[in-house]
Design a protein around this ligand. Structure first.
Ligand SMILES: Nc1ncnc2c1ncn2[C@@H]1O[C@H](COP(=O)(O)OP(=O)(O)OP(=O)(O)O)[C@@H](O)[C@H]1O
Length: 285
């Protein structure tokens, strides 16, 4: 095996999610995704940016196996997760493989307590010791949830519900976490808190694919980013480079940059090559 081939193989194996030439349609309409290719590595945060209707949520649905629920389907291209083709697989299968989504709008179980919500997230985890350890870790990471562990989900504030949705997803021991618009509808202080939490999750070894309208927040927490426009990838690269791009500044950071500053969101941080390599997951055994 040549060195170049070995390097190529090592790079491929490092990708946890590989999306290649994806075309998605809803019914007989024109495609909403038109040949999207995107890779997510085994660590760090990848942000998916784009204006309303660009196709971000559709891409998340295609990855998490929920597209069919919305009348959509993949007509070309492929999605591979940890080397296995999962194009068109249903959600149960993708979750079993460790691909867990927090959809837009939180969707916690309003009638269940915080603790019951967390337990529901761990249904695929066989070991009770791992479940218990992960739950303890969630209460450390989200102290407000610990305080309210016996409260019903529906009585939590919007920010607490978002934290609960993220914590519940982490209970499943994800190998990749998909976050769709986690800052939507939250006050600037909470947007900042969600951003910090995403960084912490990634530091603990869980790679994250983050869809965000709030580009300032997304660029402040992500290592790399990809911009979708009308169903195509128009820009991609390390966040510190993208944040300098005139197009990104003009199109996505104009209003958001101010929102980000008022939320206390810091400037984009350098990529993982500058140090700070995430450690192995502390959620799992
Ligand atoms: N279930 C559906 N049936 C038909 N068309 C849909 C459906 N869901 C989304 N679309 C269309 O697909 C396009 C992409 O929508 P999508 O929600 O993926 O974009 P988005 O980038 O996530 O936008 P937003 O930030 O507004 O949620 C839009 O034109 C939208 O109207």
């Amino acid at each position: 095996m040549s060195d170049a081939w070995r390097r190529f193989r090592a790079a491929r194996e490092a990708e946890v999610l590989e999306i290649d030439g994806l075309v998605v349609r809803y019914g007989a309409r024109a495609p909403v995704l038109r040949g999207v290719s995107l890779d997510v590595g085994g660590s760090g945060v990848v942000a998916l940016l784009g204006s309303n209707g660009a196709g971000k949520t559709t891409l998340m649905r295609a990855v998490s196996g929920t597209l069919g629920l919305y009348g959509g389907g993949v007509t070309e291209g492929s999605v591979r997760f940890r080397g296995e083709r999962i194009t068109g697989a249903d959600t149960a299968r993708t979750v079993m493989h460790g691909l867990v989504q927090v959809p837009e709008g939180r969707h916690i179980f309003a009638g269940l307590t915080v603790e019951e919500n967390l337990n529901a997230g761990a249904l695929t985890v066989r070991s009770s010791a791992v479940r218990e350890r992960t739950r303890r870790r969630m209460y450390e990471l989200f102290p407000q949830l610990a305080e309210r562990r016996r409260a019903r989900g529906g009585t939590l504030s919007g920010g607490e519900q978002q934290m609960l949705a993220i914590a519940r997803a982490l209970m499943a021991q994800p190998r990749l976490l998909l976050l769709d618009e986690p800052s939507l509808g939250l006050a600037p202080r909470l947007v900042h808190l969600v951003g910090e939490t995403i960084r912490e999750i990634s530091r603990e070894g869980v790679p994250v694919l983050l869809v965000e309208q709030n580009a300032a927040m997304a660029l402040s927490v992500a290592d790399s980013a990809c911009v979708l426009d009308l169903g195509r990838v128009v820009l991609s690269g390390p966040t510190d480079e993208l944040a300098q791009s005139d197009d990104v500044r003009r199109l996505y950071l104009g209003a958001d940059a101010d929102a980000g500053r008022s939320a206390g969101v810091s400037a984009p941080r350098p990529g993982p090559e500058s140090g700070n390599t995430p450690t192995l997951s502390r959620w799992s055994g």
